[in-house]
Write a protein that binds this ligand. Structure first.
Ligand SMILES: Nc1ncnc2c1ncn2[C@@H]1O[C@H](COP(=O)(O)OP(=O)(O)OP(=O)(O)O)[C@@H](O)[C@H]1O
Ligand SMILES: [Mg+2]
Length: 344
């Protein structure tokens, strides 16, 4: 008697819209006693299943007795809000790219917004998720401050659209800009996973994730629950920023998220009068760091006072001045990222 014979016999029996064979968790032959373990689709069905199993199998040779046991029907998909440690892919999203850094204020959000826009200008469908739950800045940067999201008929959050990009931020849910986010960790992390999985993102080539600074619970929650295609780390050429970005790189490695490379922000300043480049924070430090860690430099973004102003006004520089040096630098980064991710 082979397992196949048992399964064949059970395949013809239908119970509660399932074939009996589909409910089998385990089959054992102990001497001449056949033991079958089922997952129970509904309480109260035990007797019916056991009877029909015995009847189906009594004619099999070499079997004296059939014993039937049941285990709880555990859903194969984790339930939202419960601790989940399987990394799920965000449905519909081809490449999920996290933008992180060790240090605050080095330009992650600026890079995330301009990278998203550059990818969109390259013809890809793009989303931008503000994962900075304590200090969301995407609504300001993208000029959608004060907007509110709603849910669709399937109870999915509908992202805000601006400049052809689908946007989501905790800022779209807070009563006002000045409301401090004082939720405790678990609630905040539940909201974060909902921002990925309970959203009608549609089909996206890229979803850019703007991370908060550091290596805290947001990064950890994401690493545990979400399949992230790759991370890019943003740093400025200052020693203090580089010291912290090393920690970020170490964290991504530890949680097995591939680091696609480093973006050097505020790398230099181009004097508008002479066109001469000034390396205000020093030259070569990021190259040195990247080669020591075996990382690729994805691009260097100059300091541009107009960029800061454009961001404050809610029109990222890639949109307001696409021919500027800084917008071209962002476009260069986007092309490198496309190149890396399409090759994988
Ligand atoms: N290349 C640049 N040239 C000029 N200003 C810049 C540049 N990059 C960023 N900034 C400015 O620096 C400030 C910090 O940038 P941003 O908010 O993007 O940093 P961040 O790393 O996301 O900060 P946080 O850690 O608080 O999330 C902003 O005012 C932004 O406009
Ligand atoms: Mg930020």
């Amino acid at each position: 008697m082979a397992v196949k014979d048992v399964m064949d016999a059970l395949r013809d029996i239908h119970i509660d819209n399932s074939k009996l064979s589909d409910l089998v968790k385990d089959i054992k032959l102990i001497g001449r006693v056949l033991e079958i373990v089922y997952r129970l689709p509904k309480k109260g069905m035990e007797e019916d299943i056991a009877d029909r199993t015995r009847r189906a199998l009594e004619s099999l040779p070499d079997i004296e007795d059939v014993r039937v046991r049941f285990v709880e029907d555990v859903p194969s998909q984790p339930v939202m809000g419960q601790p989940m440690f399987t990394r799920r892919r965000v449905p519909g999203v081809k490449h999920l790219i996290a933008v992180g850094s060790g240090k605050g204020g080095v330009g992650k959000s600026t890079v995330s917004a301009n990278l998203a826009l550059s990818l969109s200008k390259l013809g890809y469908s793009v989303g931008l998720l503000d994962a900075d739950m304590y200090g969301p800045s995407i609504p300001t940067l993208m000029g959608v401050k004060g907007e509110r999201v709603h849910v669709d008929e399937n109870n999915k959050i509908v992202p805000i659209e601006k400049y052809g990009i689908k946007l989501l931020s905790i800022g779209f849910l807070l009563p006002s800009e000045d409301t401090p986010v004082i939720w405790r960790g678990p609630m905040l992390m539940k909201a974060l996973t909902q921002f990925l999985f309970d959203v009608n993102w549609g089909d996206l080539d890229y979803l850019v994730l703007d991370l908060p600074p550091g290596t805290g619970d947001v990064q950890l929650t994401l690493a545990q629950n979400v399949h992230i295609g790759g991370a890019v780390v943003v740093t400025t050429p200052q020693d203090v920023a580089l010291a912290d970005v090393k920690k970020a790189v170490a964290m991504f490695k530890e949680v097995q998220i591939p680091v696609l490379g480093v973006i050097e922000n505020m790398a230099y300043f181009i004097c508008p009068d002479s066109g001469k480049k000034y390396y205000i924070f020093g030259k070569g430090k990021v190259v040195e760091f990247a080669s020591a860690y075996g990382l690729k430099i994805l691009g260097s973004i100059p300091i541009d006072p107009e960029l800061a102003q454009a961001s404050d006004e809610g029109v990222p520089i890639t949109e307001s001045a696409p021919d500027s040096e800084v917008a071209k630098a962002f476009m260069g980064v986007a092309k490198v990222i496309v190149d890396i991710t399409q090759r994988r």
